[in-house]
Design a protein around this ligand. Structure first.
Ligand code: AMP
Length: 282
């Protein structure tokens, strides 16, 4: 595995590879890698000649400075895991390398309605930050395929919107969520939970399964209310949302016509850690 810290070095190396017609699979991450990230790497390895992984904790997507300060860093372990997974290139940029003009006057992106639902209002500025970093990373790496995790479903739609707004020739492959045996979606933030906390946190997935099992045409609000109660009983302290939405647009759906493709989404705090999860329903 080759490690690059300087964006222009990586771009120059990759440009010789584009000339040879080699396709590039790109897996952007913030590190503290787990099997969810490695499933994205495996997806890329299965289909591409060259897999590029980036590890960059993007300050502009953290609406809570405490969350940024506490974000886990496990670089040595990450490098080992990527070597084992067969990653070809690791990109480890600095903040100044990604944002040479500083972070105060970065572009804003026209995300429309997508930014006004779920994590949009709950994490003001978060999706603009995601677009700011992805805009830079995609310009540096110029991948043929981008690998993203379904766990961050709204983020997938936001990045797809960025790609289409920029008119970039990049395909997006969304990899299903990798879970612990308990059902808890793997996440770097899980490292901040105790073993008991992790057990309790699996209620998030059970609440989504409950919504899947109850699903029938008509009013859905009683089911989302019950799912909230399940989370409260399990020890979640603050529930940002438990909702069902149109899987293509993320418009909330409270009365189902029996046909629209749906997704159940939840975000809630356990022991001060914000966890999110989702499940495609129909
Ligand atoms: P992060 O490092 O949290 O920014 O995540 C980097 C990429 O890994 C994103 O595309 C995430 O959606 C994806 N990812 C995170 N957790 C999982 C998981 N449990 N299963 C599959 N993909 C994941």
């Amino acid at each position: 595995m080759i490690l690059y810290k300087i964006a222009s070095d990586l771009t120059n190396d990759l440009s010789t590879k584009y000339e040879h017609g080699t396709n590039i699979g790109f897996v952007p991450t913030m590190g503290a890698l787990h099997n969810g990230h490695l499933a994205l790497v495996a997806g890329s390895k299965a289909r591409h000649h060259i897999t590029v992984v980036s590890i960059f904790i993007n300050p502009t997507q953290f609406n809570d400075p405490g969350d940024l300060a506490r974000y886990p860093v496990t670089l040595e372990k990450d490098i080992e895991a990527l070597e084992k997974a067969g990653c070809d290139i690791l990109f480890l940029p600095s903040v100044a390398g990604i944002y040479p003009g500083g972070i105060l006057e970065l572009p804003q992106f026209p995300l429309g309605r997508l930014e006004t639902v779920f994590d949009g209002p709950m994490r003001p500025g978060h999706f603009q930050g995601v677009c700011q970093v992805m805009d830079r990373l995609l310009a540096i790496v110029k991948p043929g395929i981008l690998f993203l995790g379904q766990k961050d479903y709204q983020q997938c739609l936001v990045i797809k919107k960025l790609i289409s707004w920029r008119g970039l020739p990049i395909a997006v492959d969304i990899i299903p969520t990798i879970r612990e045996v308990s059902g808890l979606a793997m996440s770097s933030r899980n490292q901040r939970l105790t073993p008991e906390g992790k057990e309790k946190a699996s209620a998030l997935y059970r609440a989504l399964l409950y919504l899947e099992n109850q699903l029938k045409p008509g009013d859905l609000s009683i089911y989302t209310a019950n799912a909230c109660n399940m989370l409260e009983s399990a020890g979640f302290s603050k529930i940002d949302y438990v909702a069902i939405a149109n899987a293509d647009t993320l418009e909330p759906v409270t009365n189902w016509d029996g046909k629209t493709k749906l997704i159940a989404l939840a975000a809630a705090f356990l022991d001060g850690v914000r966890l999110i999860d989702n499940l495609l329903l129909a």
